[in-house]
Design a protein around this ligand. Structure first.
Ligand code: GDP
Ligand code: MG
Length: 389
């Protein structure tokens, strides 16, 4: 197996791409999709594998710079990462790379080099930075025939083949083949557009080895960081003094609270960057007069933490009411049983009983002030939001 390195996608694919299989990242034009292939290269290298990167839409030096931008140091992998340069010859410039396609507009030239690599290098990951560019230069039919051969030979030699493909308006036949029989797996990468693209997502369109998860994941591209799953908004609610602000700060790489007179009257805002996820979290004020704010924020959220002070059962009535507000939006939620360090703190199961919470609602023991349990709670909520575990 080769892990794609794209958060969640490897879970969707039952661990990654099996040896001998091919996968295409099928990219809607205008979406930042080509990074997916690069991230798979980086993931291969990190796990000790060999990677070949076929660069056809810019010079390899620029691509090396992009790796740096994403925070991926490729210098230690000089004997594990090789570039196929099919761009410099196109602009008549000399190339320093080990493999050079001298006539990038002739598929036979590609064919010879790719087949040599497949036969001669040890099993590894071969990534095409842009199959669409090759198609533009060599022709649709010609390129598809070549890809068929490459995938077949890669199967024999145990390589993993990965292609970035931007779905420009090619012939219907070509697009159908690419979404259909040409590859073992198709990952669709698209954008939510409204004049400009304001949200990007990916999902598994096809896979012949893993059961398909219908879920699409929102992502954004961070520099450094690469592809990160993006959870637009998570709400942190709960009674006054339960530890919401403390919880938001414990989770966040950066956070601000707007406080007045020692307690939060406005809001906490934090940003979480954890295990490939990127999420904005908002803490609501606890006082009843701010319930309309909870309603407002709930409508735009994807999940909710309900923070309770485990030592203060008197507050549970209020907490329950706040839960009802957010529950009416059908959001997934997790109960954070905070202040577990204090004497007299109720255990999660006792809180579940007092709340009458069904067994499938997670109640997570947390000491927010010491950051204990906060990321466990985060992972559990993310799993609920993304329909994982
Ligand atoms: N013992 C203990 N105290 C906590 C914990 N988390 C927060 N606190 C304290 O509880 C009080 C209220 O916390 P805060 O985050 O401001 O609560 P909020 O009103 O819900 O935002 C503060 O004095 C915190 O120091 C915890 O895990 N254990
Ligand atoms: Mg607060």
């Amino acid at each position: 197996m080769v892990e794609t390195g794209i958060p969640k996608l490897d879970d969707f694919l039952d661990g990654g791409i099996p040896k001998g299989k091919s996968l295409v990242y099928y990219i809607q034009p205008g979406v930042e999709g080509e990074i997916f292939g690069m991230q798979t290269i980086h993931s291969t290298l990190k796990s000790g594998g060999t990677a070949i990167f076929v660069v056809s839409s810019t010079i390899p030096d620029i691509v090396k710079g992009q790796f740096k931008e994403y925070g991926w140091d490729i210098d230690p992998y000089k004997d594990k990462l090789f570039f196929v340069d099919s761009y410099n010859p196109l602009i008549g410039a000399p190339s320093n790379e080990k493999y050079v396609v001298q006539k990038p507009d002739n598929i036979n030239d590609f064919n010879k080099i790719i087949l040599d690599i497949i036969k001669e290098t040890p099993p590894g990951t071969i990534v095409f930075g842009s199959l669409s560019t090759i198609m533009d230069l060599c022709g649709e039919k010609e390129t598809i025939e070549a890809v068929k051969t490459w995938n077949k030979m890669a199967m024999v030699h145990d390589h993993v083949m990965v292609y970035n493909f931007t779905a420009w308006p090619y012939s219907r036949e070509t697009l159908e083949l690419i979404q259909g029989d040409l590859f073992n797996a198709v990952i669709s990468i698209g954008g939510i557009a409204e004049r400009v693209i304001f949200g990007q997502y990916f999902g598994v369109l096809k896979s012949d080895w893993a059961e398909i998860t219908k879920k699409s994941m929102l992502f954004r591209v961070l520099r450094p960081g690469g592809v990160k799953l993006f959870i637009p908004k998570i709400l942190v609610t709960g009674p006054f003094d339960a530890g919401k602000s403390t919880f938001v700060h414990a989770l966040s790489t950066r956070a601000i609270s707007v406080d007045r007179l020692g307690t939060t009257i406005a809001m906490d805002h934090g940003h979480v960057d954890y295990k490939g996820f990127s999420a904005d979290i908002f803490g609501t004020p606890g006082q009843e007069r701010f319930d309309p704010i909870i309603k407002l924020l709930s409508g735009e959220s994807m999940g909710v933490f309900l923070v309770v002070d485990s030592t203060n059962p008197a507050d549970f009535v209020r907490a329950k009411h706040m839960l009802e507000i957010t529950k009416s939006y059908g959001l997934p939620y997790v109960v954070v049983a905070n202040k577990q360090d204090s004497s007299g703190a109720l255990k999660p199961e006792e809180i579940r009983n007092q709340f009458n919470l069904p067994q499938d609602v997670p109640v997570v023991p947390v000491v927010a002030k010491d950051k204990i349990g906060v990321f466990e709670a985060f992972e559990i909520l993310i799993d609920k939001i993304t329909g994982g575990a």
